[in-house]
Design a protein around this ligand. Structure first.
Ligand code: ADP
Ligand code: MG
Length: 307
């Protein structure tokens, strides 16, 4: 299946008019987002996420490299109608919510009763049906983000590009977004989601890319990135909790972790102490840890398995 979104060696430099300096916001960025996946796009502030998204949407041109969205070069206007986009800082015209969503639907060549129904449906999906007649100028930030999501969904897009879609939402609304994304994916849609909320990406994304200073520093299946081959957790019975550093006892079971290279030694030690092994598993890290690890110190060489 063709990729839904692909960046091929994309570099973007912003040139300052006042000085001769230029900022390389994106540096040889290459990634392929497959159709029907939820793809997480992570990175600290200033990493270049919004820049990559704006290039994909055709708002500006890359300095170097190229990319395709739904098989067409970035900026292909007819393809834009098959894409839903939510900007990081939602800036919408101050109109009643319902009128606004209809306006965006009309921009995507929708009309008539089809548009009226779809508008009501998306307002309901994002939980704004009771506020449909209110002017969004009076909306809270969270409500604006919901309106932005409704706007992105109105044309029933094949590809949904969301730049930090939940930054202003409360926990309940975040659950709503998570369910919305999963159901869209199950209906054959592709979602490209930038976020610094690692815990959320972890829950919904099939694959993730981590961007740092414009460069791709990690890329792969979410589950693979969370699997650390560096440490192994051992659960044992009938040994003292203090037999191993960091051992924690609970109901007669002791849990501790060791570097993978020490696994065999640790198991033998449990047996020599008269203990019994209950389980041996690679330690599952949170995406937060992976993220900190790759962004904390970019002087250190990248670990194996990194592009
Ligand atoms: N229009 C612009 N002009 C100049 N520099 C910009 C512009 N937009 C972004 N930048 C710079 O490019 C880098 C990446 O920014 P951005 O893509 O917004 O990152 P992110 O979305 O990951 O926070 C930052 O250093 C930022 O200051
Ligand atoms: Mg951004």
């Amino acid at each position: 299946m063709a990729a839904a979104l692909e960046f091929d060696q994309v570099t973007k430099e912003y040139r300052s008019l006042s000085s001769r300096r230029s900022i390389r916001a994106l540096d040889g960025f290459t990634v392929q987002v497959e159709a029907e996946e939820i793809f997480g796009f992570l990175g600290p502030n200033g990493a270049g996420k919004s820049t990559a998204i704006h290039l994909a949407m055709g708002f500006m041109l890359p300095t170097n490299g190229s990319g395709r969205m739904l098989g067409k070069p970035f900026g292909h206007s007819a393809t834009r109608r098959r894409v839903g986009f939510l900007a990081e800082n939602v800036a919408l015209y101050h109109r009643p919510a319902e009128k606004l969503i209809r306006f965006y639907g009309a921009l995507n060549a929708m009309d008539g009763s089809n548009l009226a129904k779809r508008t009501r449906d998306v307002l309901q999906i994002v939980g704004l049906e009771e506020h449909a007649k209110r002017n969004i100028g009076k909306f809270s930030r969270g409500m604006l983000q919901r309106a932005g999501l409704a706007q992105a969904l109105v044309n029933d897009p094949e590809l949904l590009i969301l730049d930090e879609p939940t930054s202003a939402l409360d926990p309940l609304a975040r659950v709503m977004v998570r369910e919305l994304l999963l159901s869209a994916r199950n209906n054959g849609k592709t979602i490209f989601l930038s976020s610094h909320l690692l815990s959320e990406v972890e829950l919904v994304c099939d694959r993730v890319a981590v961007l740092h200073r414009g460069k791709l520093v990690r890329f792969g299946k979410t589950a693979d990135l969370l699997q650390s081959s560096e440490r192994i957790e051992i659960v044992a019975r009938s040994i003292a909790a203090n037999a191993f550093a960091g051992g924690v006892a609970h109901n007669g079971i002791v849990r501790f972790s060791v570097p993978a290279s020490d696994q065999r030694l640790a198991l033998e030690r449990v047996w020599s102490l008269g203990g019994e092994i209950v389980s041996v598993n690679p330690v599952r890290r949170s995406l937060e840890e992976v993220f900190l690890e790759v962004t904390r110190d970019r002087q250190t060489p990248l670990a194996e398995g990194v592009q």
